[in-house]
Design a protein around this ligand. Structure first.
Ligand SMILES: Cc1cc2nc3c(=O)[nH]c(=O)nc-3n(C[C@H](O)[C@H](O)[C@H](O)COP(=O)(O)OP(=O)(O)OC[C@H]3O[C@@H](n4cnc5c(N)ncnc54)[C@H](O)[C@@H]3O)c2cc1C
Length: 257
């Protein structure tokens, strides 16, 4: 895992909805060996522990990295108050990321604030991507037009029925897979959504990669906070670390508890 610590000037800040922000920062070093699905551990002023935030997108040519995050607690509140021109202290790129092959037909399943890393991962697939997005309500929807702008077939589900399908995004997944096969499924979102996505993929024999979110301490595999129980090839069990061995896992490896 080759990561660097970098002080990245904020070059663009946008508010996507009441609680969600998009920050684009300039990067010279961290961006160089970055992959979709990896994350950065971001220093928050006044806090000891960094906050893990996924890489929503990046451009090596332009030297930019984009983060999209929701205010969940004090740390993300403080981060959201940063202004353009201030420097964000990041440790990146961390984790393994998605292995992508844009020649394949891929279905991306995102729930809530699990959606941002799928934007960068799905972009190279263009029309080969079907993107299924689940949110609480219409007000919570983020990034849908950007996925569409990349050529993806985008379908939305909301819990309250205020936009798109009234129900779970995993119901959209079953319907999409009934229509036509795909080669691979990538998913990021709440654990119950990931568990149902993994079950649907397994039932149909489709490869499925899930990005897990666990509370993290160091983000580099030293503190062992973010352990996740996995299955070994000989039928045994072992603990891996979401920050170092993940956050992306083959869904068949994960023991859902
Ligand atoms: C690999 C990974 C990628 C993530 N990507 C995104 C993203 O792209 N956008 C986004 O909005 N959120 C993302 N999260 C969740 C984000 O890290 C938490 O919402 C954030 O750390 C909460 O910090 P806080 O201080 O606002 O909240 P508090 O609850 O006050 O945090 C207190 C402590 O718990 C830790 N913590 C709290 N919730 C989480 C969590 N869900 N995961 C890990 N640590 C947590 C914090 O780091 C901090 O140490 C990601 C988490 C992981 C593990």
């Amino acid at each position: 895992m080759k990561y660097t610590q970098e002080l990245c000037p904020v070059i663009k800040k946008e508010q996507l909805n009441r609680t969600t922000f998009s920050f684009t920062v300039a990067s010279e070093t961290a961006v160089q060996n970055m992959k979709p699905g990896q994350f950065a551990n971001i220093l928050v002023e006044g806090k000891t522990l960094r906050r893990p935030i996924s890489i929503c997108g990046f451009s090596r040519e332009e030297g930019t990295i984009r983060f999209v995050f929701e205010i969940r607690g004090e740390g993300t509140q403080i981060l959201s108050e940063m202004s353009e021109g201030q420097r964000m202290d990041i440790l990146a790129p961390l984790g393994n990321g998605f292995d992508i092959d844009p020649a394949e037909k891929a279905v991306f399943v995102g729930g809530g604030i699990g959606v941002p890393p799928l934007l960068g991962a799905s972009a190279p697939y263009g029309e080969n991507a079907t993107v299924l997005l689940g949110f609480r309500s219409k007000e919570a929807v983020i990034l849908a037009d950007e996925f569409r702008g990349n050529g993806a077939d985008v379908r939305i589900a909301t819990d309250d029925g205020s936009l798109g399908h009234h129900g779970f995004v995993t119901q959209l997944l079953a319907a999409r897979l009934d229509e036509a096969p795909c080669d691979v499924i990538y998913a990021c979102g709440p654990k119950p959504m990931l568990r149902l996505t993994a079950a649907e993929a397994e039932k149909r024999g489709i490869r499925c990669m899930v990005s897990l979110e666990e509370r993290m301490g160091c983000g580099i595999g030293a503190c062992l906070v973010c352990a996740c129980k996995t299955r070994t090839s000989d039928g045994g069990e072992k603990y891996l670390h979401v920050c170092k061995n993940g956050p992306v896992f083959d869904s068949r490896e994960v023991i859902w508890e």
